[in-house]
Design a protein around this ligand. Structure first.
Ligand SMILES: *Cc1c(COP(=O)(O)O)cnc(C)c1O
Length: 387
């Protein structure tokens, strides 16, 4: 029987908790090491950098949610991406989205390039990706929708190009979570998550995941996590497991709030652009409908001036001015000085991130309270302008 994704958030197919006294909440194995029953014998667990039952349980849940063969839990999203990058060697070339999470751009520019890997940063959603493939190209790395400009790439179409040239297709699926999108089903080879965001969902824990459906890649990644050591701690693994239990209802509520806020923003004179893939005016709307089960809850918008943007950030209270996304609390971010501060100014501007760009991660509060606050804040700014 194929179980639905909401059930998968709560139950593994081959679940057996009799070894844990029937505990419904998976136990936290807070141990660094494991005693051996005898010489040359092992319980299957030797040392927590290699194996920990709590982390392993979380990894099985994540693999099930993404329809992967294996998932690895890391101490943050960046630790996951850094581990994944160890699959490549000096001389390798990667094609990566130009608009990406700022930390990924920083890692590629400052660490991967130092290690002899080169990059073509292009807009995979609308540029001729094949044109950039050369002899040493090994992979294509994308986000869809991208952070923060929300460009949508057709994963299945890109995977055809990847397969034709024997390249890995790597998709950072953080913005939609496995609840709304499963890139491996669309032909991707590796999926990345910042578990800090929707999977954890409560703005309280950092985590990251690398998921694959290829046995050869899984084997390499297992060697790398054992060797480099950034596996997720047992307690943090448990917090993410707990967050995942409500992934479905959180995603649905956040998305419906986001849709209403996006529509409200569209009606504001001071808002010059609303970028939300759930609006049928978004260029990626049709692709999203085909390849995802929802549109997510991230909205990027432009206001009339830098001053207007800063005033919003000064005045919001219920909506909190903070980095990060994907939690139950609504957060507003200023990409130019926060998430994308380390992205060189010319690239930032080429991507369309300006000093009047704001990004909202919509949470699960009563949407009337969220829109109520935005209304009050906008009205107050207009009043101050007239003074
Ligand atoms: C936050 C984020 C990351 C990095 O994850 P951390 O858990 O903060 O290390 C990577 N990709 C995307 C799309 C993100 O939003």
């Amino acid at each position: 029987m194929k179980t639905g994704i909401e059930t998968k958030c709560l139950h593994l197919e081959q679940e057996n908790n009799s070894g844990h006294f029937g505990a419904v909440s998976f136990p936290i194995y807070q141990t660094a090491t494991y005693a051996h029953p005898g010489v040359g014998m092992s319980t299957g667990y030797d040392y927590s950098r290699l194996q920990n039952p709590t982390r392993e349980h979380l990894e099985k849940v994540i693999a099930a949610l993404e329809n992967g063969l294996d998932a690895l839990a890391l101490s943050s999203g960046m630790a996951a991406i850094a581990l994944m990058m160890e699959l490549f060697h000096p001389g390798d070339h990667l094609i990566v989205d130009a608009d990406l999470y700022g930390g990924s751009i920083r890692l590629f520019k400052n660490i991967s390039e130092k290690n002899g890997i080169t990059f073509s940063n292009i807009d995979c959603y609308n540029e001729d990706v094949e044109f950039f493939v050369s002899e040493n190209t090994k992979a294509i790395y994308i986000e869809t929708p991208t952070n923060p400009m929300m460009h949508v790439t057709d994963i299945a179409a890109l995977s055809k190009i990847a397969k034709k040239h024997n390249l890995l297709l790597i998709v950072d699926n953080t913005f939609l979570s496995p609840y709304f999108q499963n890139p491996l089903d669309l032909g991707a080879d590796i999926v990345i998550h910042s578990g800090t965001k929707y999977l954890g969902g409560h703005n309280d824990t950092l985590a990251g995941f690398v998921i694959t459906n290829r046995a050869d890649i899984s084997e390499k990644l297992r060697f790398l996590i054992k060797t480099t050591g950034a596996g997720l701690a047992p307690f943090d693994s448990w917090l993410i497991l707990r967050g995942i239990k409500t992934l479905g209802i959180r995603m649905e509520k956040a998305q419906s709030n986001a849709m209403e806020i996006a529509r409200w923003l569209c009606g504001q004179k001071a808002v010059t652009q609303v970028i939300y893939p759930g609006l049928d005016t978004h260029p990626g709307y049709e692709i999203m409908k085909r390849q995802a089960r929802g549109f997510g809850a991230m909205i990027t918008f432009q206001v009339e001036s830098k001053e207007f943007a800063l005033s919003i950030l000064e005045k919001v209270r219920l909506i909190q001015f903070a980095e990060s996304l994907g939690g139950v609390e609504t957060l507003i971010t200023y990409p130019t000085t926060q998430t994308h501060a380390d992205v060189p100014k010319d690239i930032r501007e080429k991507n369309g991130i300006t000093e009047s760009t704001l990004r909202i991660s919509v949470g699960i509060e009563d949407v009337n309270d969220l829109i109520g606050e935005l209304k009050a804040v906008f009205a107050e700014i207009e009043k101050e302008k007239r003074k």
